[in-house]
Design a protein around this ligand. Structure first.
Ligand SMILES: Nc1ncnc2c1ncn2[C@@H]1O[C@H](COP(=O)(O)OP(=O)(O)OP(=O)(O)O)[C@@H](O)[C@H]1O
Length: 254
């Protein structure tokens, strides 16, 4: 597989305040590198796709960025805070949708949101206000009192989004937000992300190329744990005329 950085051009969207930074991030499991010296910066206002085939290291890198996993080398910054030494401050600005969504099947969406709000030290008044807001944003009215384990995949994903949005963070890191959803649910989640992207900086992982064109103004591409492209969707498509061809070119042996 190609292991060279084939395009390091940085997207120029006019914004320049870095909100999500990977600085030489590596994660080793024994001698296997799930992420290897990954560096990029997502600027304020950007909606960035984190692209790569299965097993490329997207979830690992996202966990390193959010501070859920300790890097073997390098460090991450969110909203300017080092996630190794200032994680709580960084977490105030960060909402994270993990790849498997909410893992508390016996809780209801309301009890889950209350639990996370309490963990974040929200006052009851603030919590009531924010729960009402995320129920609306994520369309959770119909299921707010039902056990999460009994909800459809689409609703579980929305509960995960509600949890990520609860403290109204400026930065969102979303691990495959549309995975396993039906076409209607995918359309709804994409619409929600587009709307959120008007006010927030977002990094979302996907291997669906239409998602890039539908939602993103920036692409970071990794393969076998290494950064292989960093630029705009237009730059990604340019060399091989379309995104499908380019995805293949960046991931096949070469
Ligand atoms: N705890 C672990 N121990 C050993 N290997 C791991 C561990 N976690 C992840 N890996 C390996 O690291 C590589 C990257 O995994 P990761 O889940 O980050 O990929 P991904 O790009 O998110 O893939 P997908 O699109 O399938 O979710 C994979 O080969 C995976 O098997």
């Amino acid at each position: 597989m190609s292991q060279t950085v084939q395009n390091q051009s940085i997207a120029n969207t006019g914004a320049s305040e870095p909100m999500i930074e990977a600085i030489g991030l590596s994660k080793f499991y024994g001698s296997f590198a799930a992420a290897r010296d990954v560096s990029f910066a997502i600027n304020k206002g950007e909606v960035a796709a984190f692209l790569g085939p299965n097993g490329a290291g997207k979830s690992t890198t996202m966990k390193l960025l959010t501070g859920y996993l300790a890097p073997s080398e390098g460090y991450a910054r969110v909203a300017g805070y080092n996630m190794a030494t200032e994680r709580l401050k960084g977490a105030d600005s960060l909402g994270y949708l993990p790849e498997n969504g909410p893992l508390y099947p016996d809780m209801t969406p309301r009890s889950l949101l209350t639990f996370f709000g309490n963990l974040r030290g929200m006052t009851q008044a603030k919590l009531d206000e924010r729960i009402a807001a995320v129920i609306k944003t994520c369309n959770l009215e119909a299921v707010i009192g039902k056990p999460i384990g009994k909800l459809s995949k689409g609703y579980r994903q929305r509960v995960g989004m509600a949890q990520a949005l609860l403290h109204n963070p400026d930065v969102l890191i979303l691990d495959e937000p549309t995975a396993g959803l039906d076409p209607n649910q995918i359309r709804e989640v994409r619409k929600m992300i587009r709307e959120l992207g008007e006010t927030k900086t977002i990094l979302l992982s996907t291997h669906i190329l239409q998602e890039v064109e539908a939602m993103c103004n920036r692409v970071v591409f990794i393969n076998e744990g290494r950064l292989v492209f960093d630029g705009t969707p237009q730059e990604l498509a340019l060399e091989d005329h379309n995104l499908d061809n380019r995805f293949q070119a960046l991931t096949v042996a070469g």
